[in-house]
Design a protein around this ligand. Structure first.
Ligand code: PGA
Length: 251
């Protein structure tokens, strides 16, 4: 049985004080919710205050990005080792990193390998553009992103995959539950052929793209959707807690 994972990607939002307050709000909102792993991913500068605010709660912390290098002259970057002191998870290959920072499947795989090497769990993001969806090749495209983004990983038991169609992120145009289910099932199939059916059955596949408190239950009801990666709605502690609750209720 897969435990659903609901992760909030705060992106570049909130001051230190706002981040701590939001973390406290999330912790309060999900304190009684069982059977779901709740994760918040604040900007790196807020990781320390957020980890203090979440001390003793059932909320985990994730980074939003990580360097593929272990240490050295990489101005502005953070290593997996540095994050591991504060985080359990880290998002890699988010479409904003891919489109704005030129990251590709190879970069994403290198970041995932660096994370796993120190014990951080990567949440590996994949998802097609509108152009690819309209061409009818979305499932094959995403399967190839999965293969490229898992390159060199011998074991995926400590990995989550997030299916985030680019056209649904921050647009209010969420993918239908049918699309989320169909694509998650295609991703699971890709993992089965790359690894094994046991590995595929064990891996949590999250949907991301305009998830909110009102539509979360429809994804939670989809058999191959095992959680959500939430952007905008994760900045509202109450809405985010309701999304976590939707995945608990479906368990
Ligand atoms: P959104 O972002 O929920 O604001 O669409 C999702 C994401 O980028 O992870």
């Amino acid at each position: 049985m897969r435990t659903p994972v609901v992760a909030g990607n705060w992106k570049m939002n909130n001051t230190l004080a706002e981040a701590s307050a939001l973390a406290r709000g999330v912790a309060k909102g999900v304190s009684d919710i069982k059977g779901v792993t709740t994760v918040v991913c604040p900007p790196s500068v807020s990781l320390v205050p957020v980890s203090m605010a979440l001390n003793g709660t059932n909320v985990f912390i994730g980074g939003q990005d990580v360097s593929s290098n272990a240490q050295g002259a990489y101005t502005g970057e953070l290593s997996a080792d540095m994050l591991f002191g504060l985080c359990t998870y880290v998002i890699v290959g988010h479409s904003e990193r891919r489109s704005m920072h030129g990251e590709d499947d190879g970069t994403t795989a290198a970041k995932a390998r660096a994370s796993l090497a120190v014990g951080l769990r990567p949440i590996i993001c994949v998802g097609e553009s509108l152009e690819v969806r309209d061409s009818g090749d979305a499932a094959a495209f995403v399967a190839s992103q999965v293969e490229g983004s898992l390159a060199g990983l011998s074991d995926v038991s400590q990995v989550e995959i997030a299916y985030e169609p680019v056209w649904a992120i921050g647009t209010g145009r969420a993918a239908s539950p049918e699309i989320a289910q169909e694509m998650s099932s295609a991703i699971r199939g890709a993992v089965a052929s790359l690894y094994s059916s046991e590995a595929a059955e064990g891996i949590a596949i999250l949907y991301g793209g305009s998830v909110n408190a009102d539509n979360a239950a429809s994804y939670a009801a989809s058999p191959d959707v095992d959680g959500a990666l939430v952007g905008g709605a994760s900045l509202d502690g109450e809405a985010f807690s309701r999304i976590v609750e939707a995945f608990a209720a479906s368990d």
